[in-house]
Design a protein around this ligand. Sequence first.
Ligand code: 1DF
Ligand code: MN
Length: 357
Amino acid sequence: MDNDHTTKNHPKRHPDYLRIATEEAFAPVEMLDIYRKILAQPDVDPGFKGLMGFYMSSPSARAQHIMRCLTDLGDIRLQHMDEAGIDHQVIALTAPGVQVMDTATAVSFARTANDQLAAAVRRHPTRFTGMIAVAPQDPAAAAKEIERGVNQLGMHSVIINSHTQGEYLSDPKFWDIFAAAEALNVPIYLHPNSLPRNMFQPFHECGLDGAIYGFGVETGLHALRIITAGVFDRFPKLQMIIGHMGEALPFWSYRLDYMHNATVKSQRYDSVKPLKKKPSDYLRENFYITNSGVAWEPAIKFTQAVVGVDRVLYAMDYPYQYAADEVVALDAMTMPDEDKKKFFQTNAQRVFKIAPR
Ligand code: 1DF
Ligand code: MN
């Protein structure tokens, strides 16, 4: 695993499509300094300690490799992209981004990170596209940063790493963020975070809290909370992006629709209110899904069948899952040429407003 990147498979640029990877991560060294201070505090969040505490201190080859790649927005990253046949990366501040910081630090560091990323995109405009990091801790400031990101930095998508210190965007106090994203016509990528305090223990005691399973459970829950809270009835044009094959929500669709309807009708919970549409309708109309972490043809085709070929996008999840072999496997999928080009290239160009070249 540690040496996935040393595979002898070095995919060449593909003649028929660009490969645009859409859930790729970076970390400014200044953010790691802030993380180090947080990690030194008493009663530090166990999920954060288990995730970034691990990567920032482990001598393992995987952790060392990931830290080196995360902090690079130049030659190392470009070389790895060339070696894996990736033409273009859509890059976001790595999880948990600023969401683990105190509010003032988070608001100010989101700006710093966005300025750094925008500068890297200016240096390599044909290779990099950036997402706007925001601090949900201050929804009004987050809305302003989305506006600055779009109008001054030329970025056209937002990254939010799931819950913010245990709070979910289904709470209307966060909805200024949705209003801004909808008004400026930019999608929000709802990326995983480590598990919040009150979910951590039963996952961690068996080693399943991370990307293997816990991330997907918690981020899927978050997306579902946003749907069932009526966010898309209030903001019908809002678009979100979820990775990891939709955090399994496409597979759950039938049961979600049936049981949501049954729950509304029985008036079992005050919190489960009628929606204008079925939960799966919002998945099809308000979400894009990337295959980050899931280089698996049956899951990709199933998701295309559920949400449509215009809504499923390629992602590698560099550097956490840097594997050139997966690019080879995805190239080889049995899929109509035009659908494969949508998957690798044109959906991403449209969703992230990447200029064709
Ligand atoms: C991991 C995976 C870490 C993903 C990530 O960010 C991340 C991991 C801190 O394997 O620990 O983005 N991922 O999206 O699968
Ligand atoms: Mn990721």
